[in-house]
Design a protein around this ligand. Structure first.
Ligand code: AMP
Length: 208
């Protein structure tokens, strides 16, 4: 199964991709995670990418495409994958179609108004990447990861001013993909405004 998870920032794609990938025994491939790792390692691609990411803009297509191409060539991606965060515009969708066939696109449908606070309250563990929400899913001990006790951090692009820019980028460049994949008859829409458990059920319904 070659699957794409599509939806606005903060809709729960990452959390759900992790769960579904474990269940289907295929890798979860997140271009955002790959880019953050390149930034942290200070690679040339990471240095190029950081400025765009911190401004809420898309990293240039060729940078992301090269990373993705390399990742899809790895043996674990041969039997399928869940792509989370790629494609982000129609050009990327066209590049993806020339690399591999996509079997299904799951669109996380949710009102953007519900997402801003969710993103601003998000904190992540810099060590194990566990994701928390200060309001709806706080760590047991204030600002410490439940798994390893490391101090949680806020992604630089989860600051309110950047979140607004990310929504603008989403509406202008990524949302047109809903229509694109509808026309290709690949789109399955799920409601992403419930609890993580409720969304997981919706995902299971359209994938299994
Ligand atoms: P995400 O973790 O998916 O929210 O991605 C975080 C940031 O990484 C985005 O706001 C973009 O700056 C960048 N990014 C992730 N995936 C892509 C992509 N497919 N194309 C361009 N930029 C991307």
């Amino acid at each position: 199964m070659r699957i794409v998870f599509l939806g606005p920032p903060g809709a729960g794609k990452g959390t759900q991709a992790e769960l579904a990938a474990a269940r289907l025994k295929i890798p979860h491939i997140s271009t955002g995670d790959m880019l953050r790792s390149a930034v942290a390692r200070g690679t040339p691609a990471g240095k190029d990418a950081a400025e765009f990411m911190n401004a809420g803009k898309l990293v240039p297509d060729p940078v992301v495409l090269k990373m993705l191409e390399e990742r899809l060539r790895e043996p674990d991606a041969r039997s399928g994958f869940i792509l989370d965060g790629y494609p982000r515009n129609v050009e990327q969708a066209i590049s993806l179609a020339s690399l591999t066939q996509i079997d299904r696109v799951v669109f996380f449908s949710i009102d953007l108004g519900a997402l801003e606070d969710r993103l601003v309250e998000r904190r992540v563990c810099p060590q194990c990447q566990a994701v928390y929400n200060l309001k709806s899913n706080p760590p047991r001990v204030d600002l410490r990861c439940d798994r390893d006790g490391i101090t949680l951090v806020q992604r630089p692009d989860d600051r309110r001013e950047v979140v607004e820019a990310r929504f603008k980028t989403y509406l202008e460049q990524t949302e047109p993909l809903v229509r694109h994949y509808q026309e290709l008859k690949l789109l399955q829409t799920i409601r992403a405004d419930g609890t993580p458990e409720a969304i997981a059920k919706e995902v299971t319904k359209v994938l299994d």
